[in-house]
Design a protein around this ligand. Structure first.
Ligand code: ATP
Ligand code: MG
Length: 722
């Protein structure tokens, strides 16, 4: 056994942590200091040197993808299969527990997970059933309320609404929603955590089993655990397990979703004798990037405090680009990625990070135009696409007839003449009889409560589901998927639709079959392959990507970039009102969280970082003008390099940016030249940097000496030669 290679490539402090005796530990350190690396090596060390069985280890990661990667890395390092090792997200692990002990958890064996979109629909149904007007009780807000309460461990009966009418109503809706889920065997994301916590809390035998089993518990990204996750950990750990948590208070970015950075201090109080180890050397970023990120985060108060240094090179300065609008921003980014690629860099090494998912569309279009492959994390979720959810809903209803969410989705998809009037009757019946839709349909058919045509259609539909179930028995998973896609009529429906969109949907349905084929259910005990597949589809919605092009630009929100690293990083939309977001404007707590998000974004970059902002932006159909983000101003000027287009104009390769030679002439006809000094009656003197378009639409960019660069409509600019 070669122990030394587990300690190779680690500094002294990292080694101390990896080779520490069995004890509680807090690894508190800034970005890129090797926290995750330490966690992985510690796991390997425990198995190889301390001969702890994989069965006795539990590791919590922030994404499923991270868990898969870690598993692969450790397996190849120590050459042992880790099927027995519990490693995954809080949700994934809690779900596993619920499957194994579904009876004690009070769930039917075939319980299904619903995502936020399903939850939204169910909430709307509850509102209807309770006769509440959605204008006063917006479904989104209710969803937020329910999930928030669950994250804090509160059931409806535990909330004291006092004389607060509005709160009383919310609690009532919460209770009705929960009843509906329970009847249908449906579990939302927050419910997974809460149920699993209650399972441990209320069942001494289950708790005892796991407390005895897990001797070491390791948690990455601990700063973003919420109340219920923390309490779950405490119950699991009991008095015997040794817990190692790894985190960075400066990277706590989920406070808005109930994460509690205070859990770090709470841990030190609750876990006696925990040793704190601080890592201070950063191995990821150039000195410039690191110093700039440190300067930004220094503006936050109440930090636990860290000194992060690197002995790496200074590296290039950070480039700041002021775009005319979001299209210009996208074009600029794409042109930089193009040159990176031309110089031999791979696309996968580049990442574009943004604050809101809605920002991705313009970037995608620019990438497509330039012929660059890309992949989106989190945003465009494969398992959340309409056609995929339709197909999965068939599979769900086949495995559990009481699944109301699935039923709602497909009872009339493809259209089979079961209209809203009929369904409203059924919903009403279900509500008054405290039944699921399936049960109500059966009863109403028996009692001839439905009209002839609708009754016929419903009978046929229920028959179809029963027949499909029989036909699927004994088929391998991917053939099951293939079979229902064809037999349900989904395939024919999209084929009949024609057009590019329908074609994409058909391709996606085919991709679903491939995903089933590639799915390895062997690591999941206690579940049929179908149940295992459906659960992972719900839990890992954002992680799955069709592997079309392995070399692709990475697009994601700043939130989903946590823990990752890329040689080339672009952060775009750095504007007041975008990032920091509008809502955080006057609230110091939220503003600090936005700043941490900025810190997370900047510290993803290894070699080169670009910051971009646009002077005008069309988002959600509205044109907005924003000032540059305060975070840009918080970076000391010495690390920043403003990209001035004057230096680029002469380059012929840039001719695309500035249009054809003809438009160049047309621009010169306006009486201005690039690089010319001009005078504006309000903004003062400046230099012409750039222009766009011709004729009355044309705009001109001027870098004013006092105010910095601005885009103006040439016709109204009232500029004079200076
Ligand atoms: P984050 O806070 O962003 O999650 P982290 O603290 O988890 O960061 P890692 O991702 O573990 O940091 O490590 C950052 C990078 O530094 C990785 O590429 C890792 O392989 C490398 N690294 C870590 N420790 C060392 C070391 N001792 N020598 C060389 N490289 C290292
Ligand atoms: Mg990490």
């Amino acid at each position: 056994m070669d122990v030394s290679n587990l300690l190779d490539g680690l500094n002294d402090k990292q080694r101390d942590a990896v080779a520490a005796p069995a004890q509680h530990m807090l690894i508190l350190a800034g970005a890129g200091s090797g926290k995750t690396r330490v966690l992985v090596h510690r796991l390997a060390w425990l198995m190889q040197v301390e001969t702890v069985a994989p069965y006795s280890l539990l590791a919590v990661t922030f994404t499923n993808k991270a868990a898969q990667e870690m598993r692969g890395r450790i397996e190849s390092t120590i050459g042992v299969s880790l099927n027995n090792l519990w490693m995954g997200t809080f949700h994934g692990l809690s779900h596993r527990m619920l499957r194994a002990h579904y009876q004690q958890a009070g769930l039917p064996q075939g319980f299904q997970i619903i995502d936020s979109d399903d939850q939204y629909r169910l909430v709307k149904r509850v509102l209807k059933a309770l006769n509440l007007d959605e204008k006063h009780w917006p479904a989104k807000q209710i969803q937020w309320f329910i999930n928030g309460r669950k994250d804090d461990g509160q059931r409806p009966g535990m909330i004291d609404a006092g004389g607060d009418f509005s709160l009383q109503q919310m609690v009532k809706i919460y209770a009705a929603y929960q009843e509906m889920c329970d009847r249908a065997g449906l579990v939302d994301f927050a419910e997974i955590l809460l149920r699993s916590f209650e399972l441990l809390k209320n069942h001494a035998d289950v708790r005892g089993h796991y407390q005895q089993r897990f001797r070491h518990i390791l948690v990455d990204e601990f700063q973003d655990t919420n109340a219920i996750q923390y309490n779950w950990l405490r119950l699991l750990a009991g008095n015997a397990a040794k817990v190692m948590i790894v985190g960075d208070d400066d990277q706590s970015i989920y406070g808005w979703r109930g994460a509690r950075v205070e859990n770090i201090q709470q841990f030190l109080r609750d876990f006696d004798g925990a040793e704190t180890i601080r890592l201070e050397q950063n191995y990821r970023s150039t000195a410039t990037i690191l110093k700039a990120a440190n300067a930004v985060i220094a503006n936050n108060s109440g930090r636990l405090g860290k000194d992060l240094w690197t002995d790496g090179s200074e590296g290039e300065t950070i480039s700041l680009y002021t775009a005319f609008n979001e299209l210009d921003e996208a074009r600029f980014i794409v042109s930089r990625i193009r040159s990176w690629h031309n110089q031999g860099g791979s696309l996968t090494e580049s990442a574009i990070l943004y604050r809101n998912n809605a920002q991705s569309r313009v970037l995608e279009e620019a990438l497509i135009q330039e012929g660059l492959h890309y992949r989106i994390y989190g945003g465009l979720r494969f398992y959340e696409r309409q056609e995929i959810k339709d197909a999965l809903a068939y599979l769900r209803l086949i495995s559990n007839r009481q699944d109301d969410a699935a039923m709602e989705r497909i009872i009339n998809t493809p259209a089979r003449g079961i209209g809203d009037t009929t369904m409203n009757k059924v919903r009403l019946h279900a509500r008054s009889e405290q039944q699921t839709l399936w049960q109500s349909l059966q009863l109403m058919l028996q009692q001839k409560q439905l009209s002839g045509r609708a009754a016929n259609a419903i009978e046929q539909f229920m028959q179809l589901i029963d027949t499909l179930e029989q036909e699927l028995t004994d088929l391998p998973l991917f053939e099951q998927a293939e079979h229902i896609i064809k037999q349900s009529g989904l395939y024919a429906m999209y084929q009949a639709e024609k057009g590019e969109k329908a074609q994409t949907r058909i391709e996606n349905l085919n991709e679903l079959v491939t995903a089933c084929q590639n799915f390895n259910s062997s690591t999941v005990e206690d579940m049929t392959p179908l149940a295992a597949f459906l659960s992972q589809a719900a839990l890992e919605a954002g992680d799955y990507q069709a592997e079309e092009h392995s070399d692709a630009v990475q697009l994601m929100t700043l939130h989903s970039a946590k823990g990752l690293e890329f040689p080339l990083v672009f952060i775009c939309g750095l504007e007041e009102g975008m990032f920091p977001s509008q809502q955080s404007g006057d609230d110091p707590t939220r503003l600090e969280e936005e700043r941490r998000l900025c810190y997370v974004g900047m510290t993803r970059a290894m070699q080169k970082l670009y910051l971009c902002h646009a002077e005008s932006r069309r988002l959600y159909g509205q044109e907005q003008y924003h000032k540059a983000s305060r975070f840009i101003r918080e970076i000391p000027a010495e690390y920043l390099d403003e990209i001035r287009l004057t230096t680029q104009v002469s380059r012929p390769s840039q001719s695309n940016r500035f249009g054809s030679a003809a438009s160049h002439v047309a621009f010169e006809n306006t009486g201005f030249r690039l690089g010319q000094r001009v005078l504006h009656d309000k903004f003062g003197e400046g230099t012409v940097l750039n222009y766009e378009g011709t004729g009355p639409q044309s705009r001109i960019q001027v870098n004013f000496d006092q105010l910095g660069s601005k885009w103006l409509v040439t016709a109204y600019a009232r500029l004079q030669a200076a």
